[in-house]
Design a protein. Structure first.
Length: 587
């Protein structure tokens, strides 16, 4: 079966694989969605006695009155959610922390699309608790990593190549996000666009269309086909274009603040000399205290976005402050809350907070423009929607996908001209330097996944002798498997060369020893691995790495093991050579 599937032509192969990923994404999104609802009920309905507003497309209403029977417990439940999340993540799978989508992107570029088997399960539970307990995070990142993880697993059991595994991961990203947002077209494009800051992975689009459509159909059959934010109808007015342009410029600049704050808080938490298990609790406690004054920042915030879209400003919790001041403060507060929720080590997405931040900006400018020209701007809804688009299109460097997604999430086709203008300006204003997904690379040629396609001429000229050779990363035949396991973890490797008396004997793999409690390398290693010599080219080394599915290659000279070269050493040498060429050209 594996050989048959691998040998099928591109469209037939990826129709089958895309359909399977779509089924998994649909049922995975349902499981995640209802798990979040379960924890919302436990933490807020039952413990705090507070209803969470939901958008129309998820059974919500435009009539909402805030109340909390045990208001003082809000910081307690958010902190408790962070504590539980931290325990789950850092006990069972530390790679599940953070916002999910970035981890899947990193896997595509740097790890042959490999994602741990347990990651989707841990991510589902941890993210549902984070969001359900009021953490300021979104569902799209976890859903993307869940579907991408399943895509990686399917690629392995179906016997697909490393290249196809990467495509499966990208398809999982698009299908997962398109499904949970009920935006299958935008999700399909997102899977191809979100990998790069200004490029596309064209091979991902066809299977993503298949997977997203199937995942969406399964998910929406249960929760309903209505767009998440209702079906708002609005006519296009060319006189609003200058106003949309201003909003796009502000949204683009504001996205830089979002990104810098998010990663600034992450770096701050990394400096804290306390166990990682407790960091999400600290972040949650801070968010909970903020929520005492601004309960709108709890959870995904989709219900509040819906209220902003329809101009229901009286439903906001103001504590007597002017509505305009609340609208000014909300984008800043949401940025802070999201940073402390996710960057502290919690688990959740950054797309939904971006939607909320953009919607808040849009509502603020919609009100201001209404004051200036009520005839041209009679309602704020178009600005709320375009605020969502332009803000996250800039922050996530996925302008086309975000335009399609928010159009699907709102049903507002009439806003496309204004949206395209605002998103374009926001994207330019934010620049390619800043992205909320730090694992994105600029374009296809910059990705290690495409090294063979773009870099072969330089790799042929690059000799092994010119690369950095690491001579202390290996396992002796008589090392304990515990020691070998530690060496792999310290160097972020899944295997090691096995050496005895300076002779290369073979390799030992993490999956062969990970569940073993005792023994020696000699009992578990596999003999006879390929290697390169000093006179070979970097292309030879790269081909061996792809063949062996490793990030390293052994180097042997005159029958003697002298060390390993890594994928990073090839990339670093390549970058240095490119810089030298560019400098010579400029001179």
């Amino acid at each position: 079966m594996n050989l048959k599937l691998s040998s099928l032509p591109y469209f037939q192969r990826w129709f089958i694989v895309g359909a399977i990923i779509g089924v998994v994404a649909g049922f995975g999104a349902l499981a995640f969605y209802f798990t979040i609802r379960l924890f919302e009920f436990i933490f807020f309905t039952h413990i705090v006695g507070m209803p969470i507003p939901h958008p129309l497309g998820e059974g919500g209403s435009l009539v909402y009155h805030f109340y909390a029977l045990r208001y003082y417990l809000i910081p307690v439940v958010v902190a408790a959610g962070g504590l539980i999340t931290g325990f789950i993540i850092y006990t069972f799978d530390p790679s599940s922390e953070g916002h999910g989508t970035d981890a899947a992107i990193r896997s595509f570029h740097y790890n042959h699309g490999k994602i741990k088997r347990r990651t989707p399960v841990v991510k589902t539970i941890a993210s549902a608790i984070t969001i359900g307990s009021g953490g300021s995070a979104g569902r799209e990142g976890p859903t993307a990593l869940i579907a991408a993880g399943i895509g990686s697993f399917l690629a392995d059991i179906l016997g697909l190549s490393p290249k196809d595994r990467r495509i499966a991961v990208a398809v999982g990203i698009g299908a997962g996000i398109g499904t949970i947002f009920k935006a299958p077209i935008g999700g399909a494009v997102l899977g191809a666009e979100i990998l790069y800051r200004r490029d596309f992975e064209s091979e991902v689009i066809f299977p993503s269309l298949v997977a997203s459509s199937i995942g969406y159909s399964i998910f929406a059959s249960v929760v309903g086909f209505e767009p998440i934010f209702g079906d708002y109808l609005n006519t296009f007015n060319v006189l609003r274009l200058p106003f949309y342009a201003v909003l796009g410029l502000v949204a683009g600049l504001f996205s830089i603040l979002y990104i810098r704050t998010f990663y600034g808080v992450r770096n701050l938490f990394k400096k804290f000399k306390i166990p990682n298990h407790f960091k999400p609790m600290i972040g949650g406690a801070i968010v909970g205290v903020i929520a005492l004054l601004f309960p709108e920042i709890l959870g995904t915030g989709y219900g509040w976005v819906e209220l902003l879209e329809y101009g229901k400003f009286n439903e906001l919790v103001t504590f007597g402050l002017p509505i305009l001041l609340i609208l000014v403060l909300l984008p800043f507060i949401k940025i802070i809350a999201t940073s402390f929720t996710v960057s502290s080590g919690g688990s959740g997405g950054v797309f939904a907070p971006g939607i909320f931040i953009g919607a808040s900006l849009g509502a603020l400018f919609g009100v201001l423009f209404h004051m200036i020209s009520p005839g041209i701007v009679p309602v704020v809804a178009p600005f709320v929607i375009i605020g969502m688009l332009s803000f996250f299109g800039a922050a996530g460097k996925a302008p086309l996908a975000v335009i399609l997604m928010v159009v699907e999430m709102t049903g507002s086709l009439q806003l496309l001209p204004g949206a395209m203008l605002a998103v374009s300006i926001a994207y330019i204003a934010s620049g390619t330097k800043y992205s909320i997904y730090e694992s994105q690379v600029e374009q296809r040629r910059d990705s290690p996944a495409n090294m063979g396609e773009y870099h072969t001429p330089m790799l042929l000229e690059m000799k092994i002798s010119s690369l950095k050779i690491i001579n202390d990363v290996y396992a002796d035949l008589y090392y304990t498997i515990y020691r070998a396991d530690n060496i792999m973890k310290e160097n972020d490797l899944l295997s090691l060369p096995v050496v005895y008396h300076e002779k290369l004997m073979g390799a030992v793999y993490l999956y062969d020893i990970v569940n073993r409690s005792y023994g020696y390398v000699k009992d578990y290693y596999k003999a006879g691995i390929s290697y390169v010599k000093l006179e070979n080219s970097a292309e030879n080394a790269w081909e061996l790495m792809m063949k062996n599915r490793t990030k390293w290659c052994a180097v042997v000279d005159n029958g003697k093991f002298i060390g390993i070269i890594t994928l990073d050493s090839i990339l670093n040498k390549y970058e240095d050579d490119i810089k030298l060429i560019n400098q010579e050209d400029s001179d």
